[in-house]
Structure formats: C-alpha cells, structure tokens
Design a protein around this ligand. Sequence first.
Ligand code: SF4
Length: 178
Amino acid sequence: MEHAGIEKLRQEFKQQSGISLEVSDEIMLEIAFDSRFAKYLENAQKNKELVGLLIKNKEKEIQARNQAPLSNSDVILKVSKAIARWTKSGMKTVEPHILEKRLNACQKCPHLSAAPDEKLIYKLAKAVLLDDKTCRVSGCMVIHKAKLTVENCPLPIPGEPSISRWGEPIRVAAKSLQ
Ligand code: SF4
C-alpha cells in the first residue's frame, strides 16, 4: 500500500509540475518529507529546466548521502516510519483489511467531502497517504481517522443505532447523532 502511495505521489507530481523527467522513489520521499526541497520545487514550478536541475542535484545529494541506492524494501520501510511519525506515539493502527473496509464505507458516505484547496506540498504529502477527504461530521481526514484502532465513525447505520457506518459497535455517546 505504501508503494502505491508513492506511485500516486509520482503521478500527481508529474501533473502538477508538468515535467516528464522520471522521478525516483527517493526523490518522491524527499518531496513529501523535506519541506525546504518541496518549497524550492513549488517556487520553480513554471520553470521546467530549473525543476529538472533541482531534482538532479537532489539525486546527487541522495547518492552522496547513501553509499548505495535504497532498495524497494528500504523505501517502503522509510515510508512506514514517516507515516508512523505522523501518528501519536502509542497509537495503534488497524489491520489493512479493516482500513479498507472503513475507507470503502466513507467513500459511499454523503458526509465525505474534499479538503479545501491547499499548496502543492500539502497535496503531495497527502498523496503519500492516498487520500485527502474529510468527514464533515467529525472534521477529520478520514485516512488518518480510519487508521487508528481507537477511532470509530461517529454516525450509526440508519435503523441500526448500535452499529457505526464502518460496521463496528458504536460508542454510546455517538448514538444521539443519528
Ligand atoms: S467517518 Fe462516518 S460519517 Fe464520516 S465520512 Fe466516514 S462513514 Fe461518513
């Protein structure tokens, strides 16, 4: 799933920057997690040559930093660690099949809305996490909310007050929201 996130990030970057240069996984991670580098790219968006130069320089910097290029498993590990840093320490995340079930429910929900337009860097960073939609009821980005075991959809299924729209037992406090 993390690697699919990098692919989505790569495609979004190509669309936004308009450059045809092949961008490596390592560069995608630098764009997502190095705000200064991302800012340089954002500022250079309309100058394709400059964008290409910035990327080539960054590749040289990465090569100098790492004696050997990152393997796919290294890249996935790096993304996993980055995502883990975005969640609070000690917060457990759900199994992938639970996450998929929750997100599928949100995708069909009328209370899901797109996040407001933001700068390129935020769009790119969020592309790593695969989505940028928010729940109008809770105000949370569903991709973050759905990952955490302690979270639940705040609304019950119509006619089923004890089951949330994620198909999970609902907390008593949330029942009044139906
Ligand atoms: S968390 Fe619940 S209410 Fe919010 S978008 Fe998802 S399914 Fe809808």
